[in-house]
Write a protein that binds this ligand. Structure first.
Ligand code: ZN
Length: 186
């Protein structure tokens, strides 16, 4: 799931109009933003596979405890930057939302404790095994989020330029998802 994370951020705009869309788009990806440098230093890793079949070794950034810590960091950062408790809560929730969404699609690679301390069994429902269904859900989520955002922009009587950003993001990502669909083996 990729678009789904972004879609939540776009759909959250009416709940926190004062927050920039950029922050709302980045917050749901905070766990992946921690994951990438950990891959660079070799603490975590990716094994390339076909669409949705990449194995990830992300026992720190994608553990439940890791997700909570990252969300706390997002809260503190947001609070310091935007001085809004509600906004900080919303961004922290968006950050944590990454975990349950990943739980649905990942293949048994999510841990409870960082580094899978305690050796509990890893989690993931593996919906990536149904790439057409997932890609369709991703596009539906992106369009639904954009419609929610447009509804808010209309109610708030905002000028046309406000409609542009999320529309471009939706069209771009929907096109990417469609091109992925086209590449899937029959
Ligand atoms: Zn992730």
């Amino acid at each position: 799931m990729f678009l789904g994370h972004f879609a939540l951020g776009v759909a959250a705009k009416p709940a926190a109009p004062a927050l920039p869309v950029g922050a709302l788009l980045i917050a749901p990806q905070a766990m992946d933003l921690v994951f990438l440098p950990l891959v660079a230093v070799g603490a975590e890793g990716i094994e390339q596979g076909d669409y949705g079949q990449d194995g990830i070794d992300a026992l720190y950034s994608h553990s439940i405890v890791g997700a909570l810590l990252i969300s706390v960091a997002v809260y503190l950062l947001a609070k310091a930057v935007w001085k809004s408790t509600n906004g900080a809560w919303l961004l922290a929730l968006l950050s944590f939302s990454h975990w349950p969404i990943d739980l649905l699609v990942h293949h048994r690679d999510l841990s409870i404790l960082p580094g899978n301390a305690g050796d509990f069994s890893l989690m993931g429902f593996g919906l990536w095994d149904y790439p057409r269904a997932i890609l369709t859900i991703e596009i539906v989520l992106a369009v639904a989020a954009t419609v929610v955002y447009w509804g808010w922009a209309r109610r708030a009587r905002l000028s046309n330029r406000w409609y542009l950003g999320p529309s471009i993001v939706t069209v771009l990502f929907a096109a990417l998802a469609l091109s992925d669909l086209g590449r899937l083996p029959a």
